[in-house]
Write a protein that binds this ligand. Structure first.
Ligand code: MSP
Length: 514
């Protein structure tokens, strides 16, 4: 069996409104890791989708005077379109209204019944429809006469209804043991500590069915109840592997998941409820849950009322998809909240992309076109300076892989951008234009070295800016399938015989009034 399998997921999104920057962020981050693992040589499964049941969606459909399923179809399609616009490399798009998911949720429910973890009682307490979450008295506060959740700020309502409960309290010890034994189960560490202190305070049993609306998967043998949307939604991660058929190749190869990428607001569901459900169902737990921070717009949380929502599609139409992908992960430190702004986006496009990597490719390829018959010169005698440039990147490969495997995206990018600065400087300092007449062999070494380095940097940048890198590889006649870490050390991948193709514009510089 190939043990180089890697399963990564995004949260599945509520199709309750059009996708915004927060959704785009979770997806882009997951896509970068998925692409990196493929470049590393792994067989990757990358799944995203939409979370379509529950009161929130039902309410929203009613508000829009739409049949709930039709409403879901329309909005889920918007999220599907977004995967294309963001250039996500997802292998699957799961919808919780699909039959494959329904079967999987029923099986999980039955397993929890069989293990004795479900009982019928009555729920009375606070519920936020917007978060689809139950809150304790100490988790809510009064603001302008309205009860709201302290953490999310969304309004809560009092709910009293018959409900099935999951014996979450009985999994407290096991969960704490698991967090302790698996130090990277929840990352970053600050989030892990948050979860541990929440669990240490004591877990209450969890209401896992609702009776006051009907948009959901009915509880087996008691269709008055629908299954709580979070139990339903979390199960998507195994529905996508054809669960309950645990003998099929997909499930065998990809469960447990290597990492669930999520936002910090949905940590409790993923790091407490989901593992508890899985423990009770006697299924393996995912290896890692990474909770990223929030994207803030001009230092504030994006909200309709503040009017500071940044629309990813608008930005992409104006500046390009790679530009947005790069900017988001360069600007925001992955585990923390981070502010984005249009000014910084423009500066980032100009400085990091247009003036640095874009400029490097542009200058080198046009020099080769003009002076070398438009073919990369073959080279056998690198001097110490050439070797140093290439070695500095080569020796850092294990380091770079390690950074990505620890989701340290920001350090990774910093390092790769550093290589690009270095390569630009090398090209400037070596002055190949001055050698054309005096020392062609040396000029060829320089051009060969810098093209090797462009190829290497491109491989490393591919997960982040795949479209632009594809243009570079197209120019130097290398196939996308050869974008592999192993080809960084492979100098023979460069094609010396064929003419370079013209480089399509990589990044247009943004003028200030743009
Ligand atoms: N449906 C649930 C997830 C179920 S997963 C089994 C859900 N959906 S959501 O559409 O509300 O949010 C999905 C993701 O978007 C979450 O990871 C959330 O953190 C992320 N973001 C929403 N707004 C955000 C920002 N402003 N910044 C960064 N990400 C945020 O929750």
């Amino acid at each position: 069996m190939n043990n180089k399998n890697f399963y990564i997921t995004t949260p599945i999104y509520y199709p309750s409104g059009k996708p915004h920057m927060g959704h785009a962020y979770s997806s882009i981050v997951a896509d970068i890791f998925a692409r990196f693992k493929r470049v590393e040589g792994y067989n990757v499964l990358f799944v995203t989708g939409t979370d379509e049941h529950g009161q929130k969606i039902e309410k929203e459909a009613k508000k829009n005077n739409k049949d709930t399923k039709i409403f879901c179809d329309e909005l889920s399609n918007k999220f599907k379109t977004l995967t294309k616009i963001l250039n996500l490399s997802n292998d699957d798009f799961i919808r919780t209204t699909e039959v494959r998911h329904h079967n999987s949720v029923i099986e999980i429910w039955n397993k929890l019944v069989d293990s004795g973890d479900i009982y019928l009682d009555k729920y009375s307490g606070w519920y936020s429809v917007s978060d689809e979450a139950f809150y304790d008295e100490d988790e809510i506060e009064l603001q302008e006469g309205k009860k709201i959740s302290k953490t999310s700020g969304s309004s809560v309502e009092w709910v009293e209804e018959e409900s099935y409960f999951f014996k979450l309290s009985s999994w407290e010890k096991k969960l704490l043991e698991h967090y302790k034994k698996n130090s990277e189960f929840i990352l970053p560490t600050s989030r892990k500590n948050e979860v541990i202190s929440f669990v240490e305070k004591g877990l209450k049993d969890l209401s896992i069915s609702r009776t006051s609306f009907s948009w959901g998967i009915p509880v087996p043998k008691n269709s008055k109840h629908v299954i709580y949307v979070w139990l339903d939604a979390l199960t998507n991660y195994i529905s996508a592997l054809n669960f309950p058929d645990t003998d099929n190749e997909k499930y065998k190869n990809f469960w447990p998941a290597d990492v669930h990428i999520i936002g910090k607001d949905i940590l409790r569901f993923h790091a407490v409820f989901w593992p508890a459900f899985l423990l009770a169902a006697k299924l393996p737990l995912p290896k890692k849950i990474f909770g990223h921070g929030w994207i803030l717009s001009d230092e504030k949380k994006m909200s309709k009322s503040l009017g500071n929502i940044l629309d990813p599609i608008e930005i992409i139409e104006k500046y390009g998809v790679d530009q947005l992908r790069y900017y988001l992960v360069k600007e925001v430190s992955l585990g923390n909240d981070g502010s984005i702004s249009m000014d910084n986006l423009k500066n980032c496009i100009n400085n990091d992309l247009a003036n640095n990597f874009g400029n490097l490719c542009q200058r080198v390829f046009s020099f080769i076109k003009k002076n070398c018959n438009n073919r990369i010169p073959e080279n056998k005698n690198n001097n110490e300076i050439d070797k140093k440039l290439l070695d500095n990147l080569n020796k850092n490969i294990p380091n770079l892989i390690n950074l990505m495997n620890k989701q340290n995206l920001n350090e990774y990018i910093k390092m790769v951008v550093g290589f690009s600065f270095e390569a630009n400087k090398y090209f400037n300092d070596s002055e190949p234009w001055a050698l054309k007449k005096s020392d062609q062999a040396r000029m060829n070494s320089i051009l060969n070295t810098v093209t090797q380095q462009i190829k290497n940097i491109s491989i490393l940048l591919y997960p982040i800016i795949p479209n632009s890198v594809k243009k570079v590889f197209n120019t130097i006649n290398i196939n996308e399938s050869d974008i592999k870490i192993s080809n960084i050390l492979n100098q023979n991948i460069l094609n010396y015989k064929i003419e370079l193709k013209d480089l399509e514009i990589l990044f247009t510089k943004i003028e200030n009034d743009n």
